[in-house]
Design a protein around this ligand. Structure first.
Ligand code: GLU
Length: 303
């Protein structure tokens, strides 16, 4: 099936080489682009410099090459695109959609405690709105995006190709979120939305752990008058303890002495049929056909 205009992407953060979990996102986004007759781009999301590992970007590019997952354009590095993020923020600020915030973490905790909120461990903090109407004499630290109000909450309804109908009350679940941090680092949300828009991305395929970021991104797209891509969030690969496979949990880098074995494992995680084709291009072609049967059928129920 060929779609005239499909642009997909894989957007790894270079915090380490690819592991079995990140390969699943890479392979799925590649297969979805190929199955739609579209283009597949690669973007290195290295805005959070303290978390990046030097050389991991090159290592990821090399790993993808060995696996036959080659982007249709030269990759982009977000760290070289900060002027574009500043431009987007300037526009939002000029329109009053973004505002400077002078709160420290401690200020936020104190304001929430004064409002009677108890802080449970690992609970997301909703910004109490202290600087919405001005800095109250404090120096600006970060920049935040307005996300509705008590009187007019922002509720985002969206559709995921696998998860079906989704809804989030952004005002109450997230609140005015950060676009640029106090240390000057651009937030993932701003960089991802600006780049998806500038690169003309029409389809986002990524892990389910990012699904709850999607309403923030959809809201930001609306504020920037950017079109919304179509989303597909995939089940995460879990380790033997049932935890998400991730670098933090010590997932080993992919062993690429046998690229087909790595691809076969990723395809199993994606619930694709067994594919014992013995050469890389042949394997990828067959996997693309299987993916197309499963994910490009016109009207399909959520699974
Ligand atoms: N850079 C993000 C990550 O590695 C993924 C961004 C995305 O696909 O939207 O978690």
């Amino acid at each position: 099936m060929s779609q005239e205009h499909y642009v997909g992407r894989f957007a790894p953060s270079p915090t380490g080489p690819l592991h079995a979990g990140s390969l699943v996102a890479a392979l799925a986004s590649w297969l979805d682009a190929r199955a739609h007759g579209g283009r597949w781009l690669l973007r290195i999301e290295d805005t959070d410099a303290p978390r990046c590992v030097p050389g991991a970007d090159r290592e990821i590019l090399g790993q993808l090459g060995v696996l036959g997952l080659v982007p249709d354009e030269p990759p982009l590095w977000q760290s070289r695109r900060t002027a574009l993020y500043q431009q987007a923020l300037d526009g939002l600020a000029a329109r009053g959609q973004a505002y400077p915030c002078g709160c420290t973490r401690r200020d936020i905790e104190a304001a929430l405690a004064a409002q009677g909120h108890e802080h449970r461990r690992h609970e997301e903090r909703v910004y109490p709105g202290t600087c919405r109407d001005g800095l109250h004499g404090k120096p600006a630290r970060a920049w935040r995006l307005r996300c509705g109000s008590e009187e007019e909450p922002v509720v985002i309804d969206w559709h995921d190709r696998r998860l079906g109908a989704q809804r989030q009350d952004l005002t109450h679940a997230v609140g005015d979120f950060i676009l640029k941090r106090a240390d000057g680092i651009w937030s993932y949300q701003l960089a991802v939305v600006v780049d998806d828009a500038l690169q003309g991305v029409t389809h986002v395929v990524r892990g389910e752990d990012l699904a709850d970021n999607t309403p923030r991104q959809l809201w930001l797209q609306r504020q920037l008058a950017a079109p919304a891509p179509t989303y597909l969030h995939l089940p995460l690969v879990l380790d033997a303890r049932g935890e998400k496979l991730s670098k933090q949990h010590g997932a080993p880098p992919l062993a690429l002495d046998d690229p087909l074995a790595a691809l076969r494992a990723a395809a199993r995680a994606l619930d694709l049929p067994e594919n014992d084709t013995g050469d890389l291009p042949g394997w990828l072609a067959r996997a693309t056909a299987a993916w197309a049967r499963r994910w490009t059928a016109p009207a399909r129920a959520a699974r």
